[in-house]
Design a protein around this ligand. Structure first.
Ligand code: SF4
Length: 55
């Protein structure tokens, strides 16, 4: 568990669902626009992978 990466995406296989932290040592954050990013909806964790447990 990485106490520097708090995350509430419990559907992700790397999420610690109890403590709400990422378990990876590092993550990659990307943006969803080729233009200048202007709000949080245009950013995202691209290290996300769907957990089979929450299907
Ligand atoms: S990989 Fe990204 S979405 Fe998944 S738990 Fe870590 S920070 Fe959250």
């Amino acid at each position: 568990m990485n106490m520097s990466i708090e995350c509430y995406v419990t559907e992700c296989k790397y999420n610690n669902n109890i403590e709400k932290y990422c378990t990876l040592n590092k993550i990659k954050v990307t943006k969803h626009t080729d233009l200048v990013c202007s709000n949080l909806q245009e950013t995202d964790c691209s290290s996300f992978e769907r957990s089979n447990e929450s299907l």
